[in-house]
Ligand binder design. Structure first.
Ligand SMILES: [Zn+2]
Length: 273
């Protein structure tokens, strides 16, 4: 890949989820004989998308949550476990408007995985080419169609998975999707999660592992288990893959759901380049 590509990376703030910290870091609260009834630690985590202004066009990596999540779009179990809050300014359309663009200006969507907080605005991109891992696509299709009960769909929302797009491009292996944009397999959190490695001219390399590594605590070292894992052996291998890449490129690892890190990130209209 060429380091002289003019790529700009914008972090789009799409609101926050609340949840029990044990979803982020397994066993983060646990009892002992003196404290048998331990209270959960209830936290807020950021939700964001990554807009990439690339010589080949504008692209978006992940899509946040559906704006009607709490009005029946998500089932009650999901709303209770992961309450979603956002301001009008944190709607995806408003975040794009900060850059004077609209969803129609973006013809390429890249998805790390198809969970509810990463695909939720797919309805705005029916005109787009969408890149996602084949394993993720197949697993998501299977789980939302195997039962009509949304409580059996894990963190997938059937309506998200069924939105028709121009074309789904199903990716099997690590690949350079566009110049300077590597799509790398980081399976474990889900059946087919992929992350992005973005090579910038001035600020070096950014790695977006998305939910392969929720936050700094999961990354460690030592790595820690998250509360939601599809394949625990693959999960830890993927963390070490990111650690090796970060070392190789002296890269910044941009965690998806780490509020402390998110507060320090440059956010649109500011950018990395
Ligand atoms: Zn997530």
């Amino acid at each position: 890949m060429s380091a002289d590509q003019e790529i700009k990376v914008y972090i789009l703030d799409l609101g926050k989820l609340e949840c029990d910290e044990n979803w982020m870091v397994a066993m983060s609260t646990s009892g002992n004989k003196h404290h048998k009834n331990v209270l959960s630690h209830w936290i807020e985590i950021p939700v964001y998308a990554v807009l990439i202004d690339h010589p080949d066009g504008k692209m978006i990596f992940d899509l946040g949550c559906h704006p009607q999540a709490n009005e029946g779009y998500w089932c009650e179990g999901l709303v209770n476990t992961f309450p979603f809050t956002f301001t009008e300014n944190q709607r995806l359309e408003h975040q794009l408007a900060l850059l004077n663009i609209s969803p129609e200006d973006i013809s390429t969507v890249i998805l790390s995985h198809m969970h509810l907080d990463h695909i939720g605005n797919i309805h705005l991109f029916k005109h787009a080419d969408v890149y996602v891992s084949r394993k993720e696509f197949e697993y998501a299709q299977t789980i939302v169609h195997a039962s009509p009960d949304p409580n059996k769909h894990g963190a997938y929302v059937k309506a998200d998975i069924e939105v028709p797009v121009k074309q789904y491009h199903l990716i099997d292996d690590d690949t350079e999707l566009f110049a300077g944009i590597e799509f790398i397999s980081l399976t474990g959190h889900t059946a087919g999660l992929f992350g992005l490695v973005i090579h910038l001219k001035n600020e070096g390399v950014l790695i977006f592992p998305m939910d392969a590594i929720y936050n700094q605590t999961v990354f460690g070292p030592p790595a820690k288990a998250a509360g939601l894992i599809y394949d625990s052996i693959a999960f830890f291998k993927s963390i070490e893959k990111v650690r090796q890449l970060a070392k190789k490129y002296n890269a910044q690892v941009m965690f998806p759901h780490d509020m402390e890190m998110f507060e320090k990130m440059k956010k649109a209209p500011d950018y990395y380049c």
